[in-house]
Design a protein around this ligand. Sequence first.
Ligand code: SF4
Ligand code: SF4
Length: 173
Amino acid sequence: MSYVITELCTLDGSCVEVCPVACIHTQPDAPQYYIDPDVCIECEQCEIVCPVNAIAVDWKLPEQYLPWIEINASFFRKNKAAVGPVSLDTAFQMVRAAQDYAVEINAAVSVAVVDGAGAPIAVAAMDGANGGLQRSPSTRRTQPPASSLPLTRCALRVGAPGSAAWSSPPAAA
Ligand code: SF4
Ligand code: SF4
């Protein structure tokens, strides 16, 4: 499951600003922004801020926009650069981004950053989430009692085996 951007996109970039895992990208000559289905954690923030209703979760897309599931995915197959292995630091930055967002929405998440072959690079579980490693004290933030937190799992998949996802979005056209 992933959120998908359709041809209604006007390239204003609002969704890029709110995406907690930086998985919305485009290229200078592209007609719209695209969501990486391997990285999207389905947090809904992009859909909320889109001024033209260009975004929906894949299973809610109107029939005429179903081809954009593949259009979004293929954009990343073509354009995701193999820029070398993801460092442990980068992987934990991605974990912390997901955790920080979870704290904002009063949730607890287990996060795994894996390479394109599914091998884990970094895994972590917040207090109140199931399994995994505990978040380190240096990255812990004040949280509500675990019993009040909805449990959510998410995985961030990064590129081809041994390659990294983009760390920042390319500029819009
Ligand atoms: S649903 Fe959340 S994670 Fe997925 S693209 Fe939108 S803002 Fe990013
Ligand atoms: S918020 Fe909507 S219109 Fe703006 S860039 Fe994102 S998908 Fe396109």
